[in-house]
Design a binder for this molecule. Structure first.
Ligand code: PBG
Length: 324
C-alpha cells in the first residue's frame, strides 16, 4: 500500500511539501578583519576563508550582496594585545575602523559585531583575569559594555556578545540605552558550549588561550537542561535573539530552545564544522555540495531561524540553483 510514498514521486511534489525551506535572508557570513593594507590572506585551517585588511573589504561585500547575502558578522584581529583587551574599545580599533568604512560604502548590509575580549587579550581569555588568573566576571562585563557601545557608535547594527559572562546582556543593554541606542538589537550567544569545534577559528582569529581552557565560563556539552536555563536568563535580561553554538552536534539543543522560547533562534555553524566538510570534500571522501545542503537543512529543520555559516555563499548558490 502506498501512503507516504505518494508525495515523494517527483521533485516538484517533494519541493512543494518539504517542511524545511532555507531563506538567503536568514544567512550571516563571518568576516575576519586585520590591520594593514592590500591583505587577503587565506586561513590555513579554513580553506577558502580569508583574513582581510579593511581596503579589501569592499570587493568582498559587493560579492556577498550580489549573491543575495546581506548580513555579516565581524571578527577583529588587532595588531597589539594587552592583559586588559584595550584594543577592543579604542576609537581606532580594527572593528571600529572597519565598521565606519563599511557603513560609509554600503547601506544595504547589516553589520553584526561580535563582542568578546579573547582576540584582544594577550592571555587569550574572554575577560579580565584576577590575581589567581581566573576570569573576573563583574569586571569583565563592564569592559564588554564599553566595547559594545563603541561598536554601535562606529556603526554596528546588531551586537553579539560571545564571551559567556553572567549578567552581560543586562549590562550591555543598559549601557546602549543610556547612550540612546534603544533600537540596537542584541543577539546573545546564550547557549555556547565549550567545544573543540572552535579549533580552526582560534587559528584564524589568533585567540587560543595561552593557558587553561574556557570550561569555567562556556557550557559543558553533557548538559541539555542548562541550555534552557541560560537562554531564559538572557531573555530576562532583554536579549532579542538567542544563539546556540556550535550547530551540528547540538541539533537537539536548537530544537529544545526553539520549542521553549518565543524569540528568534540563531545557530552558529562553527569553524570546525566548516573545515571538516571542506577538507573531506577536497579529498574526494564526501560529496561536499550534498553534505553542505544536508547539514544546513538539518539545522533549519532543528529549528534555526537564522544561521551564521562560513558556507553562506555556497548555500546562496544552491538556493539559486533550486537545490535547496
Ligand atoms: C569568541 C568566539 C569564538 C568563536 C566565535 N566567537 C571562539 C571561542 O569561543 O573560542 C568561534 C567561531 C568558530 O569556531 O567558527 N570570540
Amino acid at each position: 500500500m502506498n501512503r507516504g510514498r505518494r508525495l515523494r514521486q517527483n521533485e516538484n511534489i517533494r519541493n512543494m511539501v518539504s517542511e524545511t525551506k532555507v531563506n538567503k535572508k536568514s544567512l550571516i557570513y563571518p568576516l575576519f578583519i586585520q590591520e594593514g593594507n592590500g591583505i587577503k590572506e587565506e586561513i590555513k585551517s579554513m580553506p577558502n576563508q580569508f583574513r582581510y585588511s579593511i581596503d579589501k573589504l569592499n570587493f568582498e561585500i559587493e560579492n556577498l550582496l550580489k549573491k543575495g547575502i546581506n548580513n555579516i558578522i565581524l571578527f577583529g584581529i588587532p595588531d597589539k594585545k594587552d592583559c586588559m583587551g584595550t584594543g577592543a574599545y579604542i576609537e581606532d580599533g580594527i572593528i571600529q575602523k572597519a565598521l565606519k568604512e563599511i557603513k560609509k560604502n554600503f547601506k544595504e548590509i547589516t553589520c553584526i559585531a561580535d563582542v568578546c575580549m579573547c582576540e584582544y587579550t594577550n592571555h587569550g581569555h574572554c575577560g579580565i583575569l584576577d590575581e589567581n588568573n581566573i576570569v573576573d566576571n563583574d569586571k569583565t562585563i563592564k569592559v564588554l559594555s564599553k566595547i559594545a557601545t563603541s561598536y554601535v557608535e562606529s556603526g554596528a547594527d546588531i551586537i553579539a556578545p560571545s564571551d559567556m559572562m553572567d549578567g552581560r546582556i543586562r549590562e550591555i543593554r543598559s549601557a546602549l540605552d543610556k547612550k540612546g541606542f534603544v533600537n540596537t538589537p542584541i543577539i546573545s550567544y546564550a547557549v555556547k558550549y565549550s567545544s573543540a569545534f572552535y579549533g580552526p577559528f582560534r587559528e584564524a582569529a589568533d585567540s587560543a588561550p595561552s593557558f587553561g581552557d574556557r570550561k569555567t565560563y562556556q557550557m559543558d556539552y553533557r548538559n541539555r537542561k542548562e541550555a534552557l536555563k541560560e537562554a531564559l536568563y538572557d531573555i530576562e535580561e532583554c536579549a532579542d535573539i538567542i544563539m546556540v553554538k556550535p550547530a551540528l552536534s547540538y541539533l537537539d539543543i536548537i530544537r529544545d530552545i526553539k520549542n521553549n522560547i518565543n524569540l528568534p533562534v540563531c545557530a552558529y555553524s562553527v569553524s570546525g564544522e566548516y573545515s571538516m566538510i571542506k577538507i573531506a570534500g577536497a579529498n574526494g571522501i564526501i560529496d561536499e555540495d550534498k553534505i553542505i545542503i544536508e547539514t544546513t537543512t538539518s539545522m533549519y529543520r532543528a529549528g534555526t531561524d537564522i544561521l551564521i555559516t562560513y558556507f553562506a555563499k555556497e548555500i546562496a548558490k544552491f538556493i539559486d540553483e533550486g537545490k535547496m
